[in-house]
Write a protein that binds this ligand. Structure first.
Ligand SMILES: Nc1ncnc2c1ncn2[C@@H]1O[C@H](COP(=O)(O)OP(=O)(O)O)[C@@H](O)[C@H]1O
Ligand SMILES: [Mg+2]
Length: 254
């Protein structure tokens, strides 16, 4: 796979997923994300974004095709693939009765890493922008933005080459969302391969190296940063949402 640095990458190869109840959630989806790249999946609810991410973690198996993490097929060697991945979801699952530091300690050790000191936890929390006064407070009282910072701190400590984020900025206030994007930008600079789903068209355009628009399980179009430079992504997105067929039936403006 071609990318800026190194060979690591995430790849979906002709991925399809039909759930047990017959819903075709993914229909022949292929894309790749290189090291040092951010790939953003845009699409309405039900488009198949979470299903895609879940296949990378082998939370579910594909019906056809495969997801690869650094060349490893996720449903064949799930544990090996997972060591190379970190996950940040919209609702980070952390312990409300633990402090920020305790959560970091718990989840990094759960992930098999016992090498970090309290100073490392402090440094990473400061890096993600969690003020020191909050480090020893229980998460119960944290805002969503603060919880999200803890979640990305855990992802950073895992030091994974691939980072998958499912609507990470949903429900964040504008400042928290902005800071989150800055962090992603830094992680890209550290050569991570980053795959993110979002509903935020503005941020997708700002941060992504490639934007993929999904609808009803299909990847309809991919646009690189260069291709998007002169485009109105919101307009483009709307065109793909209503469907080309419907658009062509509409009266054209004169
Ligand atoms: N566990 C499941 N069982 C059956 N259908 C599901 C399941 N999870 C998701 N779906 C369906 O698959 C489609 C894609 O869903 P999802 O991947 O969650 O989309 P998105 O994250 O883009 O909103 C939807 O039609 C959804 O209802
Ligand atoms: Mg989803």
């Amino acid at each position: 796979m071609e990318n800026r640095n190194g060979d690591f990458g995430l790849e979906a190869r002709t991925l399809s997923k039909r759930y047990e109840d017959g819903v075709l959630a993914l229909d022949n989806v292929s894309f790749s994300v290189g090291a040092g790249q951010i790939y953003t999946m845009l699409g309405a609810n039900g488009a198949g974004k979470t299903t895609t991410i879940n296949i990378f973690f082998n939370f579910i198996e594909p019906s056809e095709g495969e997801a690869l993490v650094g060349g490893i097929v996720t449903h064949k060697e799930p544990l090996k693939a997972k060591t190379k991945l970190a996950f940040v979801s919209e609702n980070v699952m952390l312990y409300p009765n633990f402090t920020a530091i305790q959560n970091l300690d718990f989840f990094t050790k759960l992930g098999g890493n016992h090498d970090y000191s309290k100073d490392d936890y402090r440094d990473v929390l400061l890096r993600v922008g969690l003020q020191e006064s909050a480090h020893f407070k229980k998460l119960r009282g944290f805002s969503k933005g603060m919880r999200q910072k803890c979640g990305i701190a855990i992802a950073i400590l895992k030091n994974a080459q691939g980072i998958l984020l499912d609507e990470p900025t949903s429900g964040l206030d504008p400042k928290a969302g902005f800071e989150f994007m800055q962090l992603l930008d830094e992680l890209r600079g550290e050569n991570k391969a980053i795959l993110m789903s979002t509903h935020d068209i503005f941020r997708a355009k700002e941060i992504a190296d490639v934007v993929g628009i999904m609808r009803q399980g299909r990847l309809l179009v991919e646009k690189s940063r260069q291709e998007l430079a002169g485009e109105n992504l919101e307009e483009l997105y709307m065109q793909y949402m209503v469907g080309v067929e419907e658009l062509s039936n509409k009266p054209q403006p004169v």
